[in-house]
Design a protein around this ligand. Sequence first.
Ligand code: 1BN
Ligand code: ZN
Length: 339
Amino acid sequence: MIVLPLLAAALTFQTAAPPTPPRFESGRAWEHLRQLVAIGPRPSGSPAIEQTRKYIKDQLAAMGLTALEQAWDDETPIDKVHMVNLSIVIPGARKERIVFAGHYDTKLFRQFRFVGASDGASSAAFLLELARILKARKSPFTIELLFLDGEEARLPDWQGTDNTYGSRHYVEMAKRDGSLAAIKALILVDMIGDRDLDIRRDENSTPWLTDAIWAAAKHQDLDDSFLAESTRIEDDHLPFLAAGVPSVDVIDLDYDAWHTAKDNLDAVSARSLQIVGDAIVGALPAIEARLIKQSQIALVHKTTVRRKAPRKDYAIRLAQHRHHRRGLRRKADVVTMGH
Ligand code: 1BN
Ligand code: ZN
């Protein structure tokens, strides 16, 4: 029988070669984006955002992933709103984590129907497709996917603390439960669906993280979309930066449809999601390598300091001992002279 040796060869091949992680498929991300937009306006606290959460959780469950809900009620300038962040953890070789985040709420507009195809749907759709490929990957760091609620201001203008409710709550809780120290980097995506994609470097973001993503984009000839120009952006990465977490915001704010009824399917494209997917997934090995090097340096530093400490103690004790003896000798001289 020729079948058996062939089957044996096929099985050997399967066990010998590690599975290559699947590529980011914008077709899948696009389908998520379409489904989210079809829900309609999804402001925090609405029945529609509850439906959005169900969609996200069901999609993750179909991939074999469980979303943890972080729920709380927050006071906004106009009302008290029930908010929920969704967190998914994909274990890696280390317990230290790289967090990928994005918001899934849409801004509340009463004057027109705002469905946030780029502003709200693109980030959530992107994270869902990222979950699929990162689950299939052997990662050196644990990966966390974070779907943030309450990014948008409740009032028309972005002012004071009337925004970034979800990220501020997450960071506060992570500080309180001691899990913040394990977060080694945050990669935030926001408004990445614009069919005419122009992403500028954000001056608030951590330079080495920004460099890693822009270098991966350049390497793949994506520098038409990842521009060398800079701008300064306030977004969900600020609470993480304030807490000392290296963070980057990948956002296209050069978007005519921003916060208008025109932020719909006509203004976005699957191609833009692919470009961002390729740049971020392409940058991940360099980001991981940098963090591994950083942790090795920190380890060497820790062991050197520990080894040096007793020597320093000994030196101090010796000096103190000598000083004490000198004092005694002086006292003895005085006594002798007095006699
Ligand atoms: C992003 C999407 N943002 C709101 N919706 C944050 C932001 C607010 C960015 C004001 C720039 C200006
Ligand atoms: Zn917005």
